[in-house]
Design a binder for this molecule. Structure first.
Ligand SMILES: Nc1nc2c(ncn2[C@@H]2O[C@H](COP(=O)(O)OP(=O)(O)OP(=O)(O)O)[C@@H](O)[C@H]2O)c(=O)[nH]1
Length: 205
């Protein structure tokens, strides 16, 4: 039987850019309309990439500062990273540089498998980030792949995960993947979830 590689993906980006929606569309083909800030969710999915079956463990992280204490730990464990911004907010793109710097520092590497994802492309009328802004960033980082996606319309969702998988597979050619074993049950499932907490804000009138 074919030995399945397992790869660890970490999804990073500011709060509300659509990390959970992208993950939900990829893993379950489901659209989530409401906004429920994530603390940390882990999913597993078996996919076929160019005829090779592999297991993805996908960590959907908290964009909100108050939940970022675990960042260093999961950056160290991650093998591939989706850096997500929203095309409706320029600051969410500029924030990605700090995240990439942190990843490279923690992994003590010059480059890692990574994709820049400009989500909410269906909101063209609210666009605040031109494509060429993200393309410039991609070139600055050594031609890192860049996609615009719409989790709402499920556009380019599979493509970003597949691109990242191919990069991780290439990086893994030396055989340093985290091993096989087709454990984990069915082809797609949520394996762990820390309790979700809604943030409450105090409004001073
Ligand atoms: N129009 C549109 N809305 C989206 C899209 N993706 C996400 N949203 C909406 O944006 C809001 C936030 O989405 P989430 O996926 O929860 O964002 P997140 O990045 O996981 O947020 P945190 O958990 O706080 O880090 C939700 O109301 C979604 O419905 C998209 O592609 N298009």
């Amino acid at each position: 039987m074919q030995h399945r590689r397992e790869y660890h993906i970490v999804i990073l980006g500011a709060g509300g850019v659509g990390k959970s929606c992208l993950t939900s569309q990829f893993v379950h083909n489901e659209w989530i309309e409401y906004y429920d800030p994530t603390i940390e969710d882990v999913y597993r999915k078996v996919i076929d990439v160019d005829g090779r079956s592999c297991i993805l463990e996908i960590l959907d992280t908290a964009g909100t500062e108050q939940f970022t204490a675990m960042r260093e730990i999961y950056m160290k464990a991650g093998q591939g990273f989706l850096l997500v911004y929203s095309i409706t907010s320029l600051s969410t793109l500029t924030e990605l540089s700090d995240l990439r710097d942190q990843i490279l520092r923690i992994k003590e590497a010059d480059s890692v498998p990574l994709v820049i994802v400009g989500n909410k492309s269906d909101l063209e009328e609210d666009r605040a980030v031109r494509r060429d802004r993200a393309i410039m960033l991609s070139q600055k980082w050594g031609r890192v792949p860049f996609y615009e996606t719409s989790a709402r319309k499920r556009q380019n969702v599979d493509e970003v995960f597949l691109d990242l998988c191919r990069q991780m597979m290439r990086a893994d050619v030396g055989g340093s993947g985290s091993g096989g074993g087709a454990g984990g049950g069915g082809p797609s499932e949520k394996v762990a979830q820390t309790p979700r907490k809604k943030r409450r804000f105090c409004v001073i009138l």
